[in-house]
Every structure is written in C-alpha cells, then in structure tokens.
Design a protein around this ligand. Structure first.
Ligand code: NAD
Length: 371
C-alpha cells in the first residue's frame, strides 16, 4: 500500500496531513509513504525529518502513484485528475460546497472520505478533525481578539490604580467557542457566552464564564444546532443586544453543518458597541455571524474593528498538523491489514464519512444539499 502526501495547493494553507512520527506508524503497518518534496516546509517540517519515505517532485507524481492520498484541504482539480482510478482520497474535502469536485471524484471512480462528515460518536473522537482543528481555531481567535484590543484583557493593579479586566462575549459554544472561552479566561478576561444548545450552559459555566440566557433554545439532530425561525432570531437579537453593547471583545463561532453560518449580530448591534471594541468573526468564511464582516479582512465599522480571519488553524501549523495527522491515522489505520487496504463498509464511522465510491455520491445529507 502506497500512501501519498501532495503539498497543499490552497494559498495560505500551512498544515500538512502527516508528521514524521505518524509516517513511522504507517510504515509499521507495512505501508510505504510518498511525499511531495518540500511539502512540509510551511509547517516547519524538512524532508530529512521523514525517514525511509520516497520523495516526488510534484503533487501530480504523488497522486499518480499513491493508492491512498492524504490531504488537509481539497486537492486541486489537476491533482484529482492525476489520481489513479479506484484510489482513495482522505481529507477535509468541503463536501457541502463542492458539487464539481464531487462529480470529478465520481467520474474518476475515487473512493473519497470527507472528514467533516465523521459521525460525532464517542468511538470516533480520536479521528475528529473538526474538533482538533476547531480547538486550534478557538484558541487563535481569542489571541487575535486580545492582540487587536486597545485594552488589557486581565485585571491589572499598578502604582496609580487598577485596570478592570476586559469583558469578552463568545457566541457559539461548540469545540471552538469553548476553547476561545478557556483561552480568553487564561489571559484574564471576564467572559460571557451564549449558545442555542441548552446543554452548553453547564459547559460554559464550568469554564468560569457566565451564560447569557436568551430564552431561545434550538437543539437539532446529531448534537448540532438547528436553524432558528425568524421569531426566534428576533428574540435572540433583543436579548443578546445588551451583552453585545457592553463587551470589549466579541468572538463569534456559530455554525450549522451544511448551511450558511447564522447571522446573529446585526449592523445595528455593531453600531451600539463600545468605541474600540473588537469583533472576531470565526464564521466569516462561511457567510459570517456578523453583518459587515469580510473574510480575510479587518474592517472598521465606525470605531469597532471587525476581523474575519481565514486559515485560522494554519496560524499554528505545527500543532494543528500534529493533531490532524493523528486524526487521519486513527481513521485509516484500522483498515490497513498486512500492508494492504481492507475497507470495511459495515463500519459506521468509515461508511458515515464516505463522500464518493464506485462512481456514486454516497452521503445522503450531502446529496440532498448538492442536489
Ligand atoms: P459547530 O462548529 O457545528 O457549531 C458551533 C456552535 O454554534 C455549536 O455549539 C452550535 O450549537 C452553535 N450555534 C449554531 N447556531 C447558533 C445560533 N443561532 N446562536 C448561537 N449559537 C449557535 O459545533 P461543533 O463544535 O462541531 O459541535 C457540535 C456538536 O458536536 C456538539 O454537540 C458537540 O458536543 C458535539 N461533538 C461531539 C463529538 C464526539 O462525540 N465525537 C466531538 C466533538 C463535538
């Protein structure tokens, strides 16, 4: 079995899908590994750190020889075109927005696994890339907020008085939001947080933050939130408005799988924020939780700085890659037997995140969204 690792092709992506110790583990299972030369550079991984691997001079060379291709972001159409028919592709394939890519994968008879589709069950936690990369992103968003705030986050007593701690409001308390809360707390800010899933109250409070109760709850299926009705949105906005107006930094992380990110913060709410307040909209790339946020840009709205960071996990490529590479290994390794690939379609985790196989789109939810 030859496992291939091409360099990531999306500009700004700095992570890699393997690390040297994970490569050793694949080799221990009898697999061989081919890596595009120089592909680890952006994650500070030099070629000589990978022992006993083959190096290829291009991504196309990797893809044309590998039986299994590992990636972080979806490979370019050129790389997919180079893949062997019947080979396997594993990575964050952005299944919800990739109709053309899915078609190309079907046409090439590629068995693809989109790690975003992994069932969120206990057994799959060690493979959960949304959790590992969400934790990195949440941590980074808290740092971005602190870095751009014109105020200290912690309380500070100095010779001439005391600085009060900054108030940080976190909206969306999934993996990323909880990590943003924990990180901002460690820096010393006072935190309020809100999520539509009622079980998050306890999680928020266990991190020493205050839960903002809007009276709107919207637990959906699979542990995810559902979309709010217009009436619920209005009630949520009214109750959140006070907390938004009082905070020094606002971090938004709300998401609904397969849907545009919910718009929670209106332009009017931004206009009522304190001068010098900072907003970090983690959902900017998927439509934005905040009206006026722009993916990849920092925008001044009056005296409020609205940041729409992109490639957030790539800000910390070493640990993000380490976590991601282990997630992929934990997913793939049970299906490597005596150096050969033995996929098990009875396995609910494997079957659950299969995007395409044998020329068909396999995931019912994605099929519905892509039409
Ligand atoms: P996510 O990234 O899909 O969404 C982020 C958060 O936004 C969620 O907490 C969601 O409730 C919230 N949200 C959505 N709409 C909102 C709105 N209008 N207002 C406020 N908040 C809103 O979430 P995630 O971090 O991927 O976690 C989703 C679920 O998966 C959670 O229940 C989590 O506990 C569960 N989970 C399970 C496992 C596992 O068992 N393997 C691993 C990780 C997460």
């Amino acid at each position: 079995l030859l496992i291939g690792v091409p360099a990531e092709t999306i500009p700004g992506e700095r992570r890699l899908s393997v690390m040297p110790d994970v490569v050793k583990k694949y080799q221990g299972l009898g697999a061989q590994v081919v890596i595009q030369s120089g592909s680890g550079q952006s994650a500070h991984l030099r070629d000589e750190m990978f022992a006993d691997v083959q190096f290829a001079s291009s991504g196309a060379e990797v893809c044309s020889t590998a039986d299994v291709v590992l990636c972080v972001q979806p490979p370019s159409p050129e790389l997919i075109a180079a893949m062997k028919p019947g080979s396997v592709l594993i990575g964050m394939l952005q299944p919800w927005s990739g109709a053309e890519r899915a078609q190309q994968l079907m046409d090439k008879q590629i068995t693809s696994f989109a790690m975003e589709l992994l069932p969120r069950i206990s057994r799959a936690q060690s493979m959960d890339v949304l959790s590992s990369q969400g934790a990195v992103a949440g941590y980074e968003c808290a740092l971005i907020a602190a870095d751009h705030s014109p105020k200290f986050f912690p309380m500070l007593t100095y010779a001439a008085g005391t600085i009060r701690p900054a108030k940080v409001l976190v909206i969306g308390a999934g993996v990323a939001g909880l990590q943003a809360i924990a990180t901002a707390r460690r820096i010393g800010a006072m935190i309020e947080a809100y999520d539509v899933r009622p079980e998050t109250r306890e999680q928020i409070e266990s991190l020493g933050a205050k839960f903002v109760d809007t009276g709107v709850t919207a637990a959906g299926t699979g542990g995810y939130a559902r979309e709010l009705t217009d009436e619920e949105k209005a009630k949520q906005a009214e109750r959140l408005a006070k907390a938004v107006a009082q905070c020094d930094a606002l971090i938004t992380t709300a998401a609904i799988p397969g849907k545009r990110a919910p718009r929670i913060i209106t332009a009017d709410m931004v206009a009522r924020m304190k001068p010098g307040a900072v907003i970090v909209d983690m959902a900017a790339e998927s439509g934005g939780n905040v009206e006026g946020s722009v993916a990849g840009e920092k925008v001044w709205v009056g005296d409020v700085l609205v940041i729409g960071p992109t490639h957030i996990a790539s800000r910390m490529p070493v640990h993000a890659s380490e976590m991601y590479a282990k997630n992929l290994y934990n997913f793939l390794s049970p299906f490597i037997k005596d150096g050969a690939l033995a996929l098990d379609w009875e396995d609910e985790v494997m079957a659950g995140c299969c995007l395409t196989h044998a020329g068909e789109l396999r995931h019912a939810g994605v099929k519905q969204v892509l039409g």
